[in-house]
Design a protein around this ligand. Structure first.
Ligand SMILES: [Zn+2]
Ligand SMILES: [Zn+2]
Length: 344
């Protein structure tokens, strides 16, 4: 059963707060409820006595167009100025709606989403400054204390190789063929029955709470609201699941001999400050040269007795002699330039 609960209001005239909604006039200054009146509830609910309750919840108060006072829905004349009801339109709920719109129009743009990133930015700047300071290039006066070189030539040989594959390349001479497993296919063999545990939501009674509707006449109507409550129920179910078998698929594999160039050996030469040269071994008829590679390194010792070894190109290597004085640029322990020439 619904019950009538007392609402409360504040007098805008004398700032008297928490006046019973059943009082049409302020209990302190006598000012009537006006257009700005908004009824509210207190934590402690107070039920309107049974003999009075019948008079409430029958209709919202009407607003006097002349003085703005709120009047009971069944009042014929205004409590504030005595004007006739017929000459007024509008009620409590319309006033509340108007005030809501006014408040929304005044509300400034929400400032959500704006975060203060300043500490984070300062941290980053400091971090970069530290990295930049420790990694900044340093200049050294140095001398060349060591030189090294190494060169290599890959040699390939034309020879007969035994291979196998699912097809024979051009020039392949087949020596054997066999039926071998190429791949496996999943093939449905049968179904088997398995027991699977499942869950579902089932209704488990109701949760009850109370809500209050503003009657617009200084009272609220208490209402019980029921919402269904759910619980998880577990159950098992038999399911048919497919069982697959791995079936091998055979194909013909070819074994063949084929003549081709294959890597054979590498001819290496190396030295110190002498003139670099390539190995000049004479190749036999079934041999040929593959790739040529070379590496040139220079070691520098600074006047502070630090040593740096750098890989350089042939031109720079040739231009430097032992005991030559040079200007070095070093960054993060690595030589980046010699006498202004950049090193990769
Ligand atoms: Zn008052
Ligand atoms: Zn009036």
């Amino acid at each position: 059963m619904s019950k009538i609960v007392t609402g409360y209001w504040d007098c805008p005239y004398c700032n008297n707060k928490g006046i019973s909604g059943l009082e049409k006039r302020c209990t302190a200054c006598g000012h009537p409820q006006d257009e700005g009146t908004k009824f509210y509830l207190k934590e402690q609910k107070e039920y309107v006595s049974e003999d009075k309750a019948g008079k409430y919840g029958k209709g919202a108060d009407w607003t006097c167009s002349y003085c703005g006072a709120l009047n009971r829905h069944d009042a014929k004349v205004c409590v504030g100025c005595g004007a006739d009801r017929e000459e007024s339109s509008g009620d409590y709920f319309e006033n509340v709606e108007k005030q809501k719109q006014k408040a929304q129009a005044k509300q400034p743009e929400p400032t959500k989403g704006k975060r203060n990133y300043t500490p984070f930015i300062i941290g980053l700047v400091l971090l970069f400054a530290i990295i930049g300071f420790s990694c900044r290039p340093k200049n050294y006066g140095a001398s060349v204390t060591d030189k090294e070189w190494s060169r290599a030539i890959d040699i390939e040989k034309y020879e007969t190789v035994s291979e196998s594959d699912w097809s024979v390349p051009d020039g392949g001479r087949v020596t054997d063929e066999k039926s071998e497993i190429h791949h496996y296919d999943d093939v449905l063999d049968h179904y088997e029955t398995v027991t699977v545990e499942k869950s579902r939501q089932v209704q488990d009674g109701y949760d009850t709470h109370v809500e209050y509707d503003d009657n617009g006449d200084g009272t609220f109507t208490e209402r019980e609201v029921q919402t269904p409550r759910y619980k998880t129920e577990y159950y098992t179910e038999e399911e048919e699941q497919p069982v697959y078998e791995k079936v091998p698929r055979y194909q013909t594999k070819y074994y063949y001999d084929i003549d081709k160039w294959v890597p054979d050996r590498t001819l290496e030469t190396s030295g110190g400050a002498d003139t670099p040269y390539w190995d000049d071994t004479v190749l036999s008829e079934n041999e040929r040269e593959g790739e040529r590679r070379a590496e040139y390194k220079v070691t520098f010792t600074t006047n502070k007795d630090k040593t740096f070894t750098a890989a350089v190109d042939e031109g720079l290597w040739n231009s430097l002699d032992i005991n030559d004085n040079v200007d070095l640029m070093v960054k993060s322990g690595r030589v980046t330039s010699v006498n202004g020439t950049e090193i990769e």
